[in-house]
Design a protein around this ligand. Sequence first.
Ligand SMILES: Cc1ncc(COP(=O)(O)O)c(C=O)c1O
Length: 472
Amino acid sequence: MSDSPLASSASSVSSAKGAAPQLVERAAALDAADVLAPLRDLFVLDRPATTYLDGNSLGALPRHVPARLQDVITRQWGELGIRSWTESGWWTAPERIGDRIAPLVGAAPGSVVVGDSTSVNVFKAVVGAVRLAAPAGDAAVPADGTAVPVRDEILVDATTFPTDGYIARSAARLTGHRIVPVDPAAATGPGSLLGSLGPRTAVVLVNHVDFRTGRLHDLPGITAAAHDAGGLVVWDLCHSAGALPVGLDAHGVDLAVGCTYKYLNGGPGAPAFLYVAERHQSRFDSPLPGWNSHADPFAMSPDFAAAEGAVRGRVGTPDILSTLALDAALDVWEGVRIEDVREKSLALTDFFLECVAEYAPPGRVRSLTPAAHAERGSQVALRCAEAPAVMAALIARGVVGDLRRPDVLRFGFTPLYTGFADAERAARVLGEILAEVPAEVPAQAPAETSVEGSAESPAATPRADAGPGANE
Ligand SMILES: Cc1ncc(COP(=O)(O)O)c(C=O)c1O
């Protein structure tokens, strides 16, 4: 595949102006063969006006959710009132819904609990992991009585979503540890995650998929290497839960967090989840022990006794409306195999990159997303010098992706409701817009490659922040 002039293959047989017939036909054939295609009707999508490629930020609304929430509000709350804490299962919703998410991330029942934001769960998981990593007893207390951790380093993905970095730094200050920024994508060398592991490693905090580039990090390999070094690993699954198989138990992950408003379609501000591996649950010592984490909350005891299992990761009263919107949204996963989701996700992103190569004028966009399937999540990030103007024009023409300042166009592919015709249309509209928007600066990115090549190292990528109201 190579950069080619926009619309070079346009033909009269194509339904849309400027469309390449071979791509339109391929898209139609791929959509016809798609086993997940029937699921699209389960979602509210403004078709055909809008091609929604932002499910990596906010998932689409499943059609049945409004009616379910209506019932929660009018009957459960309005009629049953406080009785709903027991009669409508409100009290146990965090662990019950955690058990519904568990199979999607390869976790055993009882090891996932829903609640709070991802940010708050990062705090619980990192401090909890530091406490699990600390040697039992007095081994870390020198003769002078000063508590000095033997393992005093928290390794953090240098290109992490910012909140994880901020919270890890605060957790490090609270626990007397130091932060070591590392590159999870580099195999070896100074600054690489694997090369930084050692006897001082307490905890490693890594994003499974880089929010900006879409790079998938090696969860099995990094987890095993951290364990070999005697440390624990916390994975941030925000961009992988519901997008690809994670295999938390199979790969021996210690703790994990993730959000539910992206690929799990739980709705804006839906509660996050916390995973605590079964083997750690009895020693997991949450830094936020609330009355909901108590073994007997209604004893109202002044003394804390942690509940059994991941439930001890709860804190206070759950946000029932959001939690039950998520519960309803998860119905779309009934009978869906995450392996099928992954297969379609890779096919979609491959096809989109191929369409971009066909439609985009040469040199105007460069892919930051790895070409290798083993290194790719479910989004495509394109570096484009005119990204702000281009994304505004895309949205105005009904192709909804997002912008990460200063120059990244992000397109999320959600296999439950994104089709191959969507990918073709998005790339075609992008090509049209690029032909209209003058090139401001010649594309110069020696570390990157064009859309058909592999991506730059994420460590070399400046961080981008989310715009107001945006979720990564
Ligand atoms: C990778 C990652 N981690 C953490 C967060 C923060 O999540 P929250 O705002 O729900 O705390 C996000 C948000 O988009 C994210 O993408």
